[in-house]
Design a binder for this molecule. Structure first.
Ligand SMILES: C[S@@+](CC[C@H](N)C(=O)[O-])C[C@H]1O[C@@H](n2cnc3c(N)ncnc32)[C@H](O)[C@@H]1O
Length: 232
């Protein structure tokens, strides 16, 4: 997927909107980093860690706070999101910045099997399941060392079809109760054109990409966090 084809998210007000939109958003980065810091390879001092789709830098700030020894690669195809993340991280941690998709990173030999861990928070959900989800996951697997883990957080389909309506009504209720008010142009890239899949489909995609079965480690309404381990 070329950089120009990526849906544009406006970095202004992004974090406020996400906190009001996504249940538990304030804890996602903290949880994800804590899990990766306890993983078999990324627990080692000075590990190389990939933040795929770093957006405005929430996971990076948390990673620098919890693991100042990590060597982070912050990757996002959006120049605006990267600029905001760079501004927030200024002078902190060991961070290499890269304007790229994960798929393009995988074409770079120097990145093959390089990372001891990776985070992908709210990225896979925006890709259609027409080969693009598999390409994204395969690229992540290829960039990880065998045995390394990926923390994947994404919007998922409800586990029971009979729950779908209730969960989406509850999500709207959550947004109202959080006081969410944002122009449609800012909300649309975050709420429309998403492509959530169910657990069975995710399992088959991650297995095909080179990971073991996904282990769910948290859930808030439709947002679920998984640990995936690259096969040896
Ligand atoms: C909803 S934002 C999530 C940002 C951040 N991870 C967070 O949780 O706040 C999704 C980000 O993924 C980026 N993105 C979209 N497609 C991508 C791809 N193929 N590879 C890497 N990043 C991608 C977008 O530019 C955007 O910044």
């Amino acid at each position: 997927m070329g950089v120009s084809a990526v849906p544009q998210v406006n970095p202004a007000g992004y974090d406020r909107i996400q906190r009001q939109l996504i249940p538990g958003y304030s804890s996602l980065a903290r949880l994800g980093v804590a899990l990766l810091a306890a993983s078999p390879l990324a627990s080692a001092p000075g590990s190389e860690v990939l933040v795929a789709g770093c957006g405005t830098g929430g996971e990076l700030l948390e990673a620098v706070a919890q693991r100042p020894d990590w060597h982070l690669t912050a990757l996002d195809p959006s120049a605006d999101m990267l600029a905001e993340a760079q501004h927030r991280l200024e002078g902190q941690g060991h961070v290499s910045w890269r304007q790229s998709t994960v798929e393009a990173l995988a074409e770079d030999q120097a990145s093959t099997a390089r990372f001891g861990g990776a985070l992908s928070v709210l990225v896979l959900q925006s890709l259609p399941d027409d080969g693009r989800k598999l390409a994204f996951l395969s690229a992540l697997a290829a960039s990880l060392q065998p045995g390394a883990q990926l923390v994947l957080v994404d919007l998922m389909q409800a586990s029971l079809p009979s729950l779908e309506q209730q969960v989406s009504t509850a999500w709207l209720g959550f947004q109202r109760a959080s006081g969410l008010q944002a122009p449609e142009a800012e909300l649309a890239p975050l709420t429309q054109g998403l492509h959530p899949i169910g657990l069975a489909r995710l399992t088959s995609l991650v297995n095909a990409a080179g990971f073991g079965d996904p282990a769910r480690i948290f859930q808030a309404l439709g947002f679920e966090g998984f640990l995936l381990q690259r096969r040896n």
